[in-house]
Design a protein around this ligand. Structure first.
Ligand code: C2O
Ligand code: CU
Length: 499
């Protein structure tokens, strides 16, 4: 369907009545809330998150963005901010977004984790023609399921996502929420040119070798090994690097929810809050049957984790990334209780062993392959087995599924009503956060350990086996791919196709 036909067909859609209903919680934080001129509502001055109502205008355009005092980059953002404006609606509300492209190249928007109709999915040349510079596209869909979702460009992501074209999309459940205050924290990283960047041309040490060296060197060598590892020098929370990050302001006695979104192209982040026990309540926006306690949570690219905690320890506490030098390079902020001034001492992380929550925790390491498989259970209509590979020394930019690169990968043929099982095995040296569009899936097992998590993106580590299951309930042609832009562009994509 071309844009004109599509715009015409929208004429039939009635006016929207989304109403500016207030939610039960009192506060929220996105990056800058200064440039919401295009949004009918958003984080207002009084800090009460409002639902977005009416038509949402998003303009993708280059913008001068200050990551930290004196550290200015030319970002590409929605409505002149990074992340773009947080969209917040009630579950099952009708959403209508007008995207205007003021970038010098094509673009689209993908609604990550929202089970939209296929034509609204934002995959260029599969579900829509990309929007030309100066053009518009209208996205319209019912917001479901509830949870921490996000939206981002799906065109030339290795440039466009890296430059800042992403934002939170919060779908609130229709039942009331169990917390007093919430914050949305979108994690990202930047190459500001402050340190020499490594070209992607790659002579020799990329891919597998680079990763092996990187493992051997405790991760410190990764950026020097060439290949496709961008040389990040600045790490941000909601578009800002310390000391420009927004403090999380709370009152004693509040129940606080954090929505963590890893918008990084390639980096995994482990977020730790000092002084408080976290409860992991949602993975990729979907509730855990039994919330789990932790001191820190690990997120692969594109994953989200919601945690909650009880604000019962007044002081100023650090929230930071534990990986590499991410915190020193900006990925930290403070949890600040009312009455504690900013000049107070920031507490460092606790010294005892931290409980790091990660769904792959039970069985890590090179030899954790466990072939005892739930795939043999009866009840699935379609079963697929995908081996992820690539990044070999001779072809460091080629990433394969069952030996092939997209568009030559075998589609996963399903029919509506099927219960579909997919077994993913990663024999490459790098990890692959595999994302399925248009569906929520159950993680059945990770290296043979049963799981119950509901997700839309699952990280498959080196030599790991992950089994997932989903209901084929949303007809169309759906991307199923590694979320690292370089791996996606290198071919690690299959289509789930309905017969
Ligand atoms: Cu979040 Cu196909 O992407
Ligand atoms: Cu990958």
């Amino acid at each position: 369907m071309d844009r004109r036909t599509f715009l015409k067909s929208l004429g039939a859609v009635g006016a929207l009545s989304l109403g500016g209903i207030l939610t039960g919680c009192k506060d929220q934080l996105t990056g800058a809330s200064t440039s919401l001129e295009q949004l009918p509502s958003g984080p207002p001055a009084d800090g009460i998150p409002k639902l977005t109502h009416g038509e949402i205008q998003l303009v993708a355009r280059p913008t001068r963005w200050e990551l930290a005092p004196g550290k200015v980059v030319t970002a590409w953002g929605y409505n002149g901010q990074v992340p773009g404006p947080e969209i917040r609606v009630r579950e099952r509300e009708q959403v209508r977004v007008v995207l205007t492209n003021e970038l010098p190249e094509l673009t689209t928007i993908h609604w990550h984790g929202i089970n939209v109709p296929n034509a609204m999915d934002g995959v260029p040349f599969v579900t829509q023609e990309p929007v030309p510079s100066g053009g518009q596209f209208i996205y319209e869909f019912i917001a479901k399921p509830a949870g921490t979702r996000w939206y981002h460009t799906h065109f030339n992501e290795k440039d466009q996502l890296e430059k800042g074209l992403y934002a939170p999309f919060i779908i609130e459940p229709s039942n009331s929420q169990q917390y007093d205050r919430e914050f949305t924290l979108a994690l990202d990283d930047w190459n500001t040119g402050a340190s020499p960047s490594v070209s992607s041309g790659n002579s020799g040490m990329g891919g597998m070798m680079g990763e092996m060296m990187s493992h051997m060197m405790g991760g410190q060598m990764g950026n020097m090994m060439g290949g496709q590892t961008p040389n990040y020098d600045t790490y941000t929370i909601s578009g800002k690097a310390w000391p420009a990050t927004q403090p999380l302001l709370v009152h004693k006695g509040e129940r606080v929810k954090l929505r963590l979104i890893n918008a990084s192209a390639t980096e995994t982040h482990t977020i730790h809050l000092a002084g408080h026990a976290l409860k992991v309540t949602h993975t990729d926006g979907n509730a855990l049957a039994n919330p789990e306690e932790a001191d820190a949570v690990r997120l692969a690219p594109a994953e989200r984790v919601d945690v909650k905690f009880f604000a019962d320890n007044p002081d100023i506490w650090e929230l930071r990334c534990l990986d590499g030098d991410h915190a020193q390079r900006g990925m930290k902020t403070v949890l600040q209780y009312e009455g504690f001034s900013k000049s107070a001492r920031s507490r460092p992380a606790m010294d005892r062993a931290l409980r790091v929550w990660s769904y792959a925790n039970q069985s890590q390491g090179m030899m954790s392959m466990n072939m005892s498989s739930v795939m043999t259970l009866v009840g699935a209509d379609g079963k697929f087995s995908l081996t992820l590979s690539g990044g070999m020394m001779m072809n460091p930019d080629v990433w394969t599924i069952n030996g092939r690169t997209y568009p030559n990968t075998e589609p996963l043929w399903v029919k509506q009503g099927d219960r579909v099982r997919v077994k993913l095995f990663n024999m490459s040296m790098e990890s692959h956060p595999m994302h399925l569009h248009g569906h929520t899936f159950r993680v059945l097992s990770i290296n043979g350990q049963p799981s119950e998590l509901l997700k839309d993106t699952v990280n498959v580590g080196h030599m790991e086996t992950v089994e997932i299951e989903f209901d084929a309930d949303n007809p169309g042609n759906w991307f199923f791919h590694c979320h690292k832009p370089m791996h996606m562009e290198g071919g690690m994509i299959s289509l789930v196709k309905y017969r």
